[in-house]
Ligand binder design. Sequence first.
Ligand code: FMN
Length: 387
Amino acid sequence: MPVEFISAINVNPSNELNRLGQTAVDPAFFRRYVRELEAAEFDYTLVPYASSYHDPFAIANAIVARSERISPIVALRPNIMYPTVAAKALATLDQFGGGRVAVHFIAGGSDHEQAREGDHLTKEQRYERTAEYIDVLRKVWTSTEPFDHEGTYYQFRDFVSAIRPTRGTIPVSVGGSSDQAYEVGGSRADIFGLWGEPLADTRAQMDRVAAEAAKAGRSDVPRTWVTFRPIIAATEELAWEKAHRTLAVLQDGVSGASGWRGLTLGGSAPANVGSQRLLEIASRQDVHDRALWTPTAAATGAAGASTALVGTPETVAAAILDYVDVGADLISIRGYDNLNDLVDYGRHVLPLVRQELAHREATGRRGTLQDDHLGALATPTHEGALA
Ligand SMILES: Cc1cc2nc3c(=O)[nH]c(=O)nc-3n(C[C@H](O)[C@H](O)[C@H](O)COP(=O)(O)O)c2cc1C
C-alpha cells in the first residue's frame, strides 16, 4: 500500500494556541481548510468525535461536497447510532463521495465522557460491542438477502439494506492501546490507529496487533496509522524555539481547551491506556529517536494526539520515514496552528517524504535524507533507536 497522509478537520480558526474558543462552524474558514487539504495533497482527514462537539457525519458530508480527492475518516462511537443506521449513513456518504470514506471506531476511553450520552457500559463491554458492531456493518454492506441478527448488544430481524459502499466496503479503523483495542482491531480492522510513540514502542504495538490478527486466522494485518503534531521551522534552532513557545502556551492554556480538544481522554489520570502510555513515555525523557518530543503530551495529560516531531522539514520528513521503515503507512500529522501548519506541511514535508519514497521505488535504494538530517540523533548523549 502507498504511504498516505492524514490530517484532522477544523471548522473554525480556533486552536490550542490562539484559544479563541469558537465552537460555531465558520463556513468560509471551512471551505478554505478543505481547499488547502486538497492543495497539500493530504489523502485523508479525520473528523473526530466528542460528546460536546459537531456531528461528524454532517462535517464529512460537507467535506465530500466541497472536494474531489480528500477522504473523510468519520470517528464513530457505537453508542450514538444503531449499526444498521450507521452502515447506511456511511454507504450513502461513500456514494456521494465516489468511494472516499473511512470509519474510525471509538470504543471510548472515558466512562465519564461515555455516560454523557447515555453509555453506561464498562470499557470491556464497549470493546465487545464495537466488535459486534463492525461485524454487523460488514454484513449489512454485503448482504443482498434479508437477515436476522441475534447478538449480545444488537438484535434485529429480517433486515436488508439496498445501499452499498461504492467499492463494496469501507475501510474500518480501530484506535487505542489497550489489550481489548489490539484484539478488536487486530481481528477486524483494516487500519489500526496509534498515537505517536518512540519507534520501538510503536513496533511493539504493531506486533501486538499482528499477533491478534494471526490469532483470528487472518492472513493479513491492519495498516498502521501513527499520529504526530509536527513543529517545523527553517533551522533546528528555530524549530526548538517554536516548540518551547508552543509548550509554554499549552502549559498555560490546558484549562482553556474547548470542543473536542477538551476531550476528557487525558487530564490528571487518564482512563485510557493510550494516554497512560504517552505519559509514561514522557516521564522517561523528553526527546526520543530522531525528533519525537513528548513534553507536549505531559503538558496536556496526553489527551489525544499530543506528541510532537520537532525540527526542520527535512528532519521531520526523515523522522516520518523512520516510522515508514518500521511498517507504518498511514501518517497523521496535524499542527497546533491548524490551517497554517497544514499549508506548511503540504509545501515542505509531504513532498520530501514522497520524493524519498519515489526514489526508493525507482532505484531500490534509500536516499540520503535520513543520513543527512539526524535531528536529535546528532547529539552524542542521545541513544537513538536507529543506532
Ligand atoms: C488515531 C486515534 C484517533 C482517535 N480519535 C478519537 C476521537 O475522535 N474521539 C474519541 O473519543 N477518542 C478518540 N480516540 C481514542 C480511542 O479511540 C479509544 O477509544 C480510547 O482512547 C480507548 O483507548 P485504549 O484502548 O487505549 O484505552 C482516538 C485514538 C486514536 C489512536
